[in-house]
Design a protein around this ligand. Structure first.
Ligand SMILES: [Fe+2]
Ligand SMILES: [Fe+2]
Length: 178
């Protein structure tokens, strides 16, 4: 399913940023608040608005429609982890306000680990289950691709802001060529 491919491509972007942030924390010689602020912006604007909204508003709902038993199991777990991540970002912002730099490092690493595990579960279990459901119904892209592209178009400045290059995010492509 093309929608699944788009989400996996976004996961790759997110994992790259998590790696960069973890490396920065492990090797930095001073506390640079602007790096943490930039990371928070990336998480709020790209991870949450650009990526999680596709999952929460369309992809997860489509899965539940195809197989309602997913709602209380895997989907509830994924939604819970999205919220845990949001709470951690709030806690990091609070620490920034209070200049608790050591706490910031441990919270960022905790967030990174949470999101890394979350992405691994989605890639290896949930997205595969979704593709299997689509093997039967074959309507996933028909019902969701237009919505995904409209989010990308509406938020086309987000990948640009963070220097992310992809054919879907470039805004120059009609989106129907692959
Ligand atoms: Fe997710
Ligand atoms: Fe995801």
């Amino acid at each position: 399913m093309k929608c699944t491919e788009m989400l996996i491509e976004e996961h790759d972007v997110i994992l790259d940023r998590l790696n960069a942030m973890e490396n920065w924390i492990k090797t930095k010689s001073e506390n640079d608040v602007s790096v943490v602020r930039n990371f928070i912006s990336f998480v709020k604007e790209y991870v949450d608005e650009y990526h999680h909204n596709k999952e929460e508003d369309f992809y997860f709902r489509w899965i539940i429609e195809k197989n309602p038993s997913f709602e209380k199991g895997p989907i509830a777990c994924m939604l819970g982890e999205h919220n845990q991540g949001r709470d951690l970002i709030k806690a990091i912002e609070q620490c920034l306000q209070n200049h608790h730099f050591q706490k910031i490092d441990s919270l960022v690493l905790e967030f990174s680990q949470l999101l890394r595990n979350h992405i691994s579960k989605e890639n290896s279990v949930l997205y595969k289950a979704a593709d299997q459901l689509d093997e039967e119904s074959k309507d996933g892209d028909d019902l969701m691709l237009k919505e995904f592209k409209s989010i990308n178009e509406k938020l086309k400045n987000t990948p640009r802001k963070f220097g992310i290059k992809s054919k879907e995010a470039s805004g120059n492509c009609c989106g129907s060529c692959s």
